[in-house]
Ligand binder design. Structure first.
Ligand code: NAD
Length: 432
């Protein structure tokens, strides 16, 4: 099939690469000229395991091309995917300006029947508005359909997630649009949930809000464990083995961040208030998430006092989670900013996210070139992101470099007894 993918970020670039790897002819479109130039020369603008090989292979086999021209991108496409960003606006609602812009341009340049598919996460009712905008901007009469095909990939494993999704959700208004989408996805052999537009849009928000709820739930249990003398890791294991509960997203920590959960939970809450419904549970989820970060900083303050000037902390991990360079809404960075505000000096290391951090907070913190490089003469080690290379470090080296004997572990990476037996003051989340 001939496909066009508009927006070549974490979702669009991976989507374009995988679709082409299935044998389709794909054109990726982006307004960011530099990004398109980098991709064309084989340089990936994002860190995503396995992505580079697939992009390069399909470029060289002439199935995958890139352009900044939307009209060129959609000209021959049977399906046009919209994968532009939908960040949080000041009201908490999703900022849909990029979606409206793309819909307008599609209308102005449409040259024949296509299915216009939104993969971006958009609130209920958006696809109906996209359809109207396209219609309003048509320069010649053409038939088209809109469809909602929300994306569920996880950054860090997005290539695998797109190749083997648990399910594919397609919302559409016509049998023809459903048939076209089935042709694209049926070969995967995974379930396809076919629905109306609004239900598909809601499935995405409900899924993310539910996962965020699991995280806030286990973080509340962690609070209770700290007070009641229980161990949240064991509690999560005991809960998670029950298939009705499931082990995923039951890791207590410093709260969820990233480019999706915070904005999607806020947007769903805004949708509910717009519908004159008070989604009480979601309010709690957001509040618990904010408090979880504050509780972690409080552990540091309890140990050193409110004034941290003169203290130097080694912070491992800046990305919002392991295996990605994405720092959007990273709780680690919020913690770094708070500790700096209290006077602390920060020496940080992240395997992939440091270039992005340098572009945002610059030289306000120091950057090390290895996890051990950050530790020299630090008063404490702070673990803020769960990169796997942080899990089993050489503690003899850590011991020889750290000045203070304190570890604050926001991701529960280490065994409590092992660390405390070495004489460390060790604080993690919901464990003793
Ligand atoms: P991103 O910011 O990485 O990429 C968006 C891209 O769209 C950018 O390259 C930008 O230059 C481009 N763009 C913006 N306006 C454009 C326009 N008018 N024409 C062409 N290109 C334009 O965003 P992302 O993380 O890929 O997310 C995209 C959407 O997918 C969002 O709605 C997000 O919520 C959703 N989503 C993201 C993830 C994830 O893990 N990142 C997972 C599932 C769903």
């Amino acid at each position: 099939m001939n496909l066009c993918v508009i927006g070549t970020g974490y979702v669009g670039l991976v989507g374009a690469a995988i679709f082409s790897d299935w044998g389709n002819k794909v054109i990726g479109v982006d307004i960011d000229e530099k990004k398109i130039e980098r991709i064309k020369t084989g340089e990936m603008p994002i860190y995503e395991p396995g992505l580079s090989d697939i992009v390069l292979k399909n470029i060289s086999e002439n199935r995958l091309t890139f352009t900044t021209s939307l009209s060129e991108g959609i000209k021959d496409a049977e399906i046009v995917f919209i994968c532009v960003g939908t960040p949080q606006s000041d009201t908490g609602a999703a900022d849909l300006s990029a979606i409206w812009q793309v819909a307008k341009e599609i209308g102005q340049t449409l040259n024949g029947y296509k299915v216009i598919v939104t993969k971006s996460t958009v609130p209920v009712g958006t696809n109906e508005k996209i359809k109207q905008i396209i219609k309003d901007n048509l320069t010649t009469v053409h038939e088209f359909d809109v469809a909602s095909n929300p994306e569920f990939l996880r950054e860090g494993s997005s290539v695998e997630d797109m190749m083997k999704p648990d399910r594919t959700v397609v919302g559409a208004e016509t049998a023809k649009a459903h048939e076209v989408m089935r042709r694209l996805y049926a070969h995967l052999g995974t379930p396809i949930v076919e629905s109306d537009l609004r239900s598909a849009e809601m499935i995405k928000y409900a899924s993310n809000a539910f996962l965020a709820t699991k995280i806030s739930f286990i973080n509340e249990i962690a609070q209770l464990c700290e007070r009641a003398g229980a161990d949240v890791s064991t509690v999560a294991e005991g809960m998670g083995l029950d298939r009705r509960v499931g082990r995923h997203f039951l890791n207590a920590g410093i709260g969820y961040g990233g480019s999706c959960f915070p904005k999607d939970v806020a947007a769903l809450y805004k949708t509910s208030t717009d519908q004159a419904y008070d989604f009480k549970l979601l309010r709690g989820v957001m509040e618990v998430n904010k408090l979880q970060k504050d509780n972690f900083v409080r552990k540091v303050k309890r140990f050193y006092g409110e004034n941290l000037s003169g203290k130097k902390f080694a912070v491992l991990g800046l990305a919002f989670k392991g295996n990605t360079d994405d720092i959007r809404e990273s709780v680690s960075i919020e913690i770094v900013k708070t500790l700096r505000g209290l006077g602390a000096k920060i020496y940080a290391y992240d395997p992939e996210a440091m270039p992005n951090v340098k572009n945002t907070i610059g030289d306000k913190i120091k950057y090390a070139d290895s996890q051990y490089g950050a530790l020299k003469n630090a008063d404490a080690l702070i673990i803020a992101t769960e990169w796997s290379e942080f899990r089993t470090p050489d503690f003899e080296v850590i011991d020889s470099l750290l000045k203070g004997k304190a570890i604050f572990d926001g991701r529960n990476l280490f065994e409590v007894k092992y660390i405390t037996d070495m004489g460390y003051h060790y604080e993690s989340i919901g464990r003793h």
